[in-house]
Design a protein around this ligand. Structure first.
Ligand SMILES: Cc1ncc(COP(=O)(O)O)c(C=O)c1O
Length: 402
């Protein structure tokens, strides 16, 4: 199969469009369950879920029904912060029903904008003081969010910075910098602390419980809001609605996007600006189809007991990946929670080669950090599909070990 049509589209796109973060020449046409189909009719087993944004896989009958419902709806997308629609109300109700009590929500377009608005809520209350973020963090590429993103140098060169302080992202309770926040917060006035509890872009690194607990304690003691970025890890990906539920904390502000289909900031009511108009946007709260899909996605996850399923599938997948690690020296670590897993290789070049070869063998994965790959299958993946993916993985590992 030459994949002629795909390659021709990729060639044209590369001429017309800035080459941002394309991983391989996959031109998506269709999808079914955990499989994507390209414009040449080739089928790929998807272990990416479009970077966690298609949690229920593809062609889900209940989501299709929603899309059909909007055929003929004249006003399918409205200026949602200027005019009201019912989907705005329903999505807010559903999201708040699984969030901390005493919260409110603000909808926006993307993950980076969710982060922008979260930090604006914090600045509004505490003033334009430095914010704390972690080394290797990824919070988006808009200029505000970018100031707190440190996953790759290329994202930052020549852009202006707003005040930020970087701290180590501790993965072990024994890390000597586990309570660095205490020192910083006692010396400086700060606006907020922002953290991903599992760094998605930065290497699938899981934060140590003690480290997060120290951040939380400092956030209470010094009255600095703790912003938990769940853009990639939220809505069941790790086996709970929110990854922060694995930690003994109550975040002040949570950012959400991807699986929800729209961006959202859920915040404790005390951060609500006293005047209207502090936050707004044209499409936020107005992308009616996306919000309707978000509402249905929440329903399906709840009614289909998908969180339990993610825990079981995650255990099975982790076990299988560890079996591979035990047999192939090129793999040096397997980590993560639920179906947000990372496989680290001994060298970046090997990781890159593995991704390319997996693509050739019709298994989709994406890179993370320097030498890790993300394994983020749809939450509805079956054990048979996991086994099939891992057979392909092993075939590729054998090829590169020869
Ligand atoms: C943790 C986290 N925060 C923020 C963002 C930015 O989201 P978006 O790409 O929708 O702007 C991402 C995107 O990958 C992310 O993973």
């Amino acid at each position: 199969m030459t994949r002629k049509k795909s390659l021709s589209i990729v060639k044209k796109i590369n001429k017309l469009v800035y080459n941002s973060t394309f991983v391989y020449p996959l031109v998506i046409k269709d999808g079914q369950g955990c499989y994507l189909e390209d414009v040449d009719g080739e089928q790929y087993l998807d272990f990416t879920s479009n970077i966690a944004s298609c949690p229920l896989g593809y062609n889900h009958p209940e989501l299709n029904e929603i899309i059909k419902r909007y055929v003929g709806t004249g006003a399918h997308k409205i200026a949602g912060q200027d005019f009201y629609c019912e989907e705005h109300c329903q999505l807010a109700e559903k999201l708040l029903s699984i969030s901390n009590p005493n919260s409110k929500v603000f909808f926006i377009n993307s993950g980076a904008e969710a982060v922008e608005n979260a930090i604006k809520l914090a600045y509004r209350r505490n003033g334009p003081l430095p914010g704390i973020a972690c080394i290797n963090a990824f919070h988006g590429r808009t200029l505000g969010a970018l100031a707190f993103t440190f996953s790759k140098d290329v994202q930052k060169i020549n852009f202006p910075e707003i005040p930020a302080k970087r701290i180590k992202f501790c993965i072990s309770d024994d890390d000597p910098e586990i309570d660095i926040i205490q020192k910083i917060a006692s010396e400086y006035k700060l606006s907020f602390i922002i953290i991903e509890l599992i760094q998605g872009e930065g290497g699938v690194n899981v934060a140590s419980k003690k480290f997060v607990n120290n951040l939380y304690k400092a956030s209470i003691k010094y009255d600095i809001p703790l912003i938990i970025d769940e853009v990639q890890s939220g809505l069941g990906r790790t086996g709970k609605w929110w990854t922060y539920q694995y930690y003994d904390i109550k975040p002040a502000i949570v950012t959400i996007a991807k699986a929800l289909q729209v961006g959202a900031v859920v915040f404790d009511k005390k951060f609500e600006p006293s005047k209207p108009g502090v936050l707004s946007s044209t499409w936020g709260g107005g992308s009616r189809i996306d919000m309707a899909i978000g509402i249905k996605t929440l329903d399906i996850i709840r009614k289909g007991k998908i969180l339990e399923k993610v825990n079981e599938s995650g255990k099975f997948l982790t076990k299988c990946l560890n079996d591979l690690k035990n047999r192939y020296d090129t793999i040096i670590d397997v980590r993560g929670l639920g179906l947000m897993l990372g496989v680290e290789f001994n060298k970046k070049e090997i990781r890159n080669d593995v991704i390319k070869r997996l693509f050739k063998n019709k298994l989709l994965v994406i890179p993370s950090g320097i030498k890790t790959i993300r394994i983020f299958p749809p939450l509805v993946i079956t054990d048979e599909e996991i086994s099939k993916g891992l057979d392909i993985f092993e075939k590729v590992l054998k090829e590169i070990n020869h």
